[in-house]
Each structure stands twice: as structure tokens, then as C-alpha cells.
Write a protein that binds this ligand. Structure first.
Ligand code: ASP
Length: 433
């Protein structure tokens, strides 16, 4: 008998977890969920994060060294970065368009605004402080931050992915430039390391349905009251509408136009990564699975996927940038601040940069939103207005972030003549058995 495919198992885990959370909350068993169920979700996410840095190192070194010459590297690098930038600017513009049409901020009543500001001002303050350090720095700080002074320190913290990527590409360039016989042992080592890590992903994913069950159950028992949700419905719906347009409209259409691959093929291929992105709210934690799905199920050659995707997980966040644009204008509307066209153009630039700078972890987009608000002259305390429903929106925007990366990987692969028919390897079959 054919066993259930992985995405169905994950979906069942998610639904089961949500249901369990609802029942537990009803019977006052919140503490039980937090003490006895939630830790399994944490273990699952930790095990994915555990292999994120080794995966980026092994796959990027493999990716760069497979390119074999510098001109190939700069061509693919240029293409990748251009597509990422283009998709992010498009996402911010779409967000701005929607929020200006729907105007969800005007739906917030004065008393609700005061209530929300009071309830979440503490949480908002801590995010403002986290972002404060970044804001006080000079204009070239982002460039300075790109170059680590110690690679071991950089790899010790999952938040320094860009530094790790910088080092690894640098290392890969060195590897390309040395003679073939000297290069071979190092390359073979990283190729094998890559294989081992792919195997580990395979093993971790066996526990995915249990992991997402625990994550969802915890989320439900910890979510705030329904009233607040209701007040923010207009805002949440605007963000979700924008994200849905990207996921169900723009990406599959672009994939069809550029690669000729259809809707069903695309979603069947990427669905498990999307579900995982939704459950973990972290593109970094999802990266191992995104890579596996894009290579084995969407037919992107390993050479392209192992270069494009680790970079994308770190810098390409279309969902986050769209959300930041909507949230900034929503807060301005709620405070009755009229944003000029000039201010809105500024949001396109800052939201693009802020999404690039956001770490691929839960709530990172919310922290970086402070910078977008500051630049546009919108009160940062307004963060408190959107706190209550940030988590569900974070889950949805992470799905978009991951889908955007997969889309660009397919386009780059097509343009490089490296998009083939998916070759589902034997290890992947383990999932669906
Ligand atoms: N959670 C998002 C991600 O990991 C980032 C964010 O928007 O907060 O992709």
C-alpha cells in the first residue's frame, strides 16, 4: 500500500496540534502543553537549526567549487542577486498598493488603539531596544558587518549567516583558484559532508509531523484573546491578501512563464517546505528541507540550488518586506499620520533593506520594522498595535520567503540550463513510506 506523502503527514500533525491546543486551552491544561508537549517542538526546531550552519558551509562550498571558474560564479551571483532584489521591491510595492487601497488603519477605533498600546507597550519597547543598536550605526555598517573578524565566532551564532556566507564564498573562490590536484581532497571532503547533512535532514524530517504537532499546540495555548484578533482583522487580512497574491499568483505564474512548469508541479514540489516554514516561522530552520525539495522535486541542479538557496534564506524575504510596508502604513493610518508619496517611496527602500537585514528567525521582521518606522517618521510605539497578531503573520510571511527563494532558484537554473526533471532519490522515498 502506498503510504501517505510527507506534506499530508505534516498537515495532519499541524491540524492535530491545533486541535489539541484548543481542547487543552478549553480545559485549562495550558501548563501541561507548555511543560510536556512544547519541548518536542523546540527539540525539532533546534535539530533543524543545528544543521543550518554546517549545511550552508558544505553546500555553498560545493556550489561555488562546482562552478569551476570565477566568471561563471560572478554571472550566477549577479543573476541571483538581481532576481532577489527585483522580487523584494515588487513585494514591497504590492504591500504599499494594498494597504493604500484597503486602509485598514482607519478601521481601528480610538479606544482599541489605546488598549493595544497599553497591553503591548512593554513587548514593543524590547523590540525597539533590539533594533536601536542597528539604527545608531553609520551608513556603511552593514558592509562592515559582512566581514567577520573570526569565522569560528561567526559560525557560533545562527544570526551571523551573512558573515558565514561571505567567508564560504571567499573560501570557495580560493578553492577554484588552486590547481586541480590540490583542490580535489578538499572538494571531496565537502561533497561528502554535504551528503551526510542531507542524510541528517532525512532523519530529522521523520519526526516532522510530531514536531509541528507540538509547535502548533503550544502556539494555540499561548495566543492572545479573540477580541484583539478581531480588532486587527483588517490589517491581518491585508497582509495575508498580499502574501496570497505572491504565493498563489505571482510565483507560480513567473515559474510557468520562465520555466514552463505548471502550478501542480510547483506546489507539490515545494509544499513540505512551505508547511515547515509555517510551523517554524524560520526560513533558516526550513532551509535544509527547501534545498532538498528544490533539488529533488523541482528539478533544480544541485550546483544552482546549493548556491542560490542558502543566500536566499538569508537575504531574500519577500514576505517580510511586504509585511513591513503594510505594517508601517497601517500604524501611520491608525495614528492619523498622512504619509506623502515621498515617504512611501522611502518605505520601498527601507523595507527592502530591512528585509535583507532581517535574520531568518521568528519575529526578525518585527524587530527590523522599527527601522522602517523610524525612517518614515512613524511613532515606533505603534509596534504595540500589531504585536498581538504578529506570530500568525510571521508564519505566513515565512512561507512566502521560502517560496520566493524556490522560485528564483528555478529561474536561475532555467537560465543556466540547469533545470531538469526531478530525480527523486532513494533517501527521499523514506519520507513517503
Ligand atoms: N520569520 C521570518 C523568516 O524566518 C523573518 C520575519 O519576517 O520575521 O523568514
Amino acid at each position: 500500500m502506498k503510504k501517505l506523502a510527507l506534506h499530508w503527514k505534516i498537515l495532519i500533525g499541524m491540524a492535530g496540534g491545533a486541535l489539541f491546543g484548543l481542547v487543552a486551552a478549553k480545559f485549562g491544561m495550558n501548563k501541561f502543553v507548555v511543560d510536556w508537549i512544547a519541548p518536542f517542538g523546540t527539540i525539532f526546531v533546534n535539530s533543524l537549526k543545528l544543521i543550518a550552519v554546517p549545511l550552508i558551509i558544505a553546500s555553498l562550498i560545493k556550489g561555488v567549487s562546482d562552478l569551476e571558474d570565477i566568471s561563471k560564479l560572478s554571472k550566477m551571483g549577479g543573476k541571483t542577486l538581481s532576481f532577489y532584489l527585483l522580487s523584494t521591491v515588487l513585494a514591497v510595492s504590492l504591500g504599499l498598493l494594498l494597504v493604500n487601497i484597503v486602509k485598514p488603519g482607519n478601521l481601528i477605533k480610538e479606544e482599541t488603539r489605546i488598549e493595544l498600546l497599553e497591553a503591548y507597550s512593554g513587548d514593543a519597547q524590547s523590540k525597539i531596544e533590539q533594533a536601536g543598536a542597528a539604527k545608531d550605526q553609520g551608513p556603511l555598517q552593514a558592509l562592515v558587518d559582512l566581514v567577520p573578524s573570526n569565522i569560528f565566532a561567526a559560525t557560533a551564532d545562527n544570526k551571523n549567516m551573512l558573515q558565514v556566507i561571505f567567508f564560504v564564498i571567499f573560501f570557495g573562490i580560493g578553492l577554484i583558484l588552486i590547481p586541480e590536484e590540490k583542490r580535489r581532497p578538499v572538494k571531496n571532503f565537502f561533497d561528502s559532508l554535504n551528503e551526510v547533512i542531507l542524510k541528517l535532514i532525512d532523519l530529522i524530517m521523520l519526526a516532522a509531523p510530531i514536531g509541528v504537532f507540538a509547535l502548533l499546540a503550544k502556539l494555540i495555548v499561548e495566543s492572545p484573546s479573540g477580541d484583539i484578533f478581531l480588532a486587527l482583522l483588517g490589517y491581518g487580512a491585508t497582509v495575508i491578501a498580499g502574501l496570497a497574491i505572491l504565493i498563489f499568483g505571482v510565483y507560480p505564474l513567473v515559474v510557468k512563464l520562465f520555466t514552463g512548469k505548471g502550478y501542480g508541479f510547483f506546489f507539490k514540489g515545494i509544499a513540505p517546505a512551505q508547511l515547515l516554514a509555517f510551523s517554524t516561522s524560520s526560513s533558516a530552520a526550513t532551509l535544509p528541507v527547501t534545498m532538498e525539495r528544490v533539488e529533488e522535486h523541482l528539478g533544480v541542479d544541485e550546483e544552482v540550488a546549493s548556491f542560490v538557496l542558502p543566500i536566499g534564506a538569508t537575504i531574500n524575504m519577500d514576505g517580510t518586506s511586504l509585511y513591513q510596508a503594510v505594517a508601517a502604513v497601517f500604524i501611520a493610518q491608525a495614528f492619523n499620520i498622512d504619509l506623502s508619496l515621498y515617504a512611501q517611496l522611502g518605505i520601498i527602500i527601507t523595507a527592502t533593506l530591512a528585509s535583507i537585514g532581517s535574520a531568518a528567525v521568528p519575529s526578525a521582521g518585527l524587530v527590523m520594522l522599527v527601522i522602517v518606522l523610524g525612517q518614515a517618521g512613524i511613532p515606533e510605539a505603534g509596534l504595540a498595535l500589531i504585536f498581538a497578531i504578529d506570530r500568525p503573520l510571521d508564519m505566513c510571511r515565512t512561507v512566502v520567503n521560502v517560496t520566493g527563494d524556490a522560485t528564483v532558484a528555478m529561474i536561475v537554473a532555467k537560465s543556466e540550463n540547469k533545470l531538469g526533471d526531478p530525480a527523486v532519490k532513494e533517501w527521499d522515498d523514506n519520507y513517503s513510506k
